[in-house]
Design a protein around this ligand. Structure first.
Ligand SMILES: [Zn+2]
Length: 326
């Protein structure tokens, strides 16, 4: 049972990573100001449950509750809503015989799973004071103003043929390969303007890997774990380069460095991979800035052009040979 739970949790996290989501990284407040909270106790969840409840959805409410708790609040879970599994350690005592053959009590820990729902998956939770207060506070809260950073906007304008950017990502930021579009949380939800632009530049970097642009393996190729990790490194480095160009480096440096370090650890300190990723990131940031030599903004590779030319030449030659032969 315990092993199965561990595997399930790990699989969920890995699949989130593979889907381009970093469960433990969120530079914006997700509309709730942070951690998931149990609606009944009013206490934040801890440890792995924070992670399990923190991703894979775009709920603004930080409140989670069980099916039973929804009933106790006078409401219910909406039809067809799927719950999220969380875990708790439970302790039990067992009588065992010790070395002397005497009866002894020993404590055992085992994992118990629970299914919870976000308060937005429920209706009519009218008996919850916490929820009422939060909803009122949310309605009264002044919307934080977003002040565009000039130097960053210049970079945005330089990216010719850029994918469309929508602020409709809920609490997620991602690049959609199929529709060639970037989706971000609302700009006001980011901790700072710097965080917003560094997230945007990160997604810009991913988008340069598309087929019509630089055609990087991590985007167009087989999305193996290795290719995925490499692509994330490329995006992080490229975002750091672009932020440096915009002069917002100091504000995000700490965050970005910690993040890159985390990834480097997964590569077990293989310095070669870091260099390869940095070179690819340079190319990606140059592409965004329109400074990549030999590349038109449609991303036609000069290599491909050269190959086409060579093929044409070879064809012409073979035609000549064929003519001579006939
Ligand atoms: Zn990414």
């Amino acid at each position: 049972m315990t092993q199965a739970v561990y595997e399930k949790i790990t699989d969920r996290i890995i699949s989130a990573l593979e889907a381009g989501e970093i469960p433990w990284k969120k530079p914006w407040s997700g509309g709730s100001g942070g951690r998931p909270v149990n609606l009944k106790s009013g206490k934040p969840y801890k440890g792995i449950n924070t992670v399990l409840l923190g991703f894979g959805h775009s709920y603004e409410s930080p409140f989670w509750l069980t099916y039973k708790q929804a009933k106790a609040f006078g409401g219910w879970v909406k039809r067809g809503e799927k719950g999220t599994q969380i875990v708790f350690w439970n302790w039990s005592e067992k009588e065992v015989l010790n070395e002397k053959g005497e009866k002894d009590k020993r404590r055992f820990a085992f994992l118990k799973t629970y299914t919870v729902f976000n308060s937005e998956q429920c209706e009519h939770l009218c008996r919850s004071k916490i929820l009422k207060e939060w909803e009122e506070a949310k309605a009264n809260a002044k919307v934080k103003k977003f002040n565009p950073i000039k130097e960053c906007e210049k970079i945005v304008a330089k990216y010719k043929g850029a994918p469309e950017v929508g602020h409709d990502g809920g609490d997620r930021a991602y690049y959609n390969i199929l529709s060639d579009s970037i989706h971000l949380p609302k700009r006001e939800l980011f901790d700072s303007e710097q965080e917003y632009y560094s997230t945007l530049f990160h997604e810009f970097a991913h988008s340069t890997g598309s087929k019509g642009r630089l055609g990087r393996d991590g985007i167009v190729g087989h999305r193996s774990h290795q290719a995925y990790s490499e692509e994330e490194l490329v995006a992080e480095f490229a975002a750091a380069f672009l932020c440096g160009r915009a002069g917002i480096e100091p504000a995000i440096e700490k965050n970005s460095t910690a993040y890159i370090k985390g990834w480097l650890k997964t590569f077990k300190g293989d310095k070669k991979i870091a260099l390869v990723a940095a070179a690819a990131a340079q190319k990606a940031s140059d592409y965004v800035l329109g400074e990549l030599e030999g590349w038109s903004f449609r991303g036609k590779s000069p290599k491909k052009k050269a190959v086409k030319k060579a093929v044409k030449k070879a064809k012409a030659k073979s035609k000549k040979v064929a003519k001579k032969a006939s």
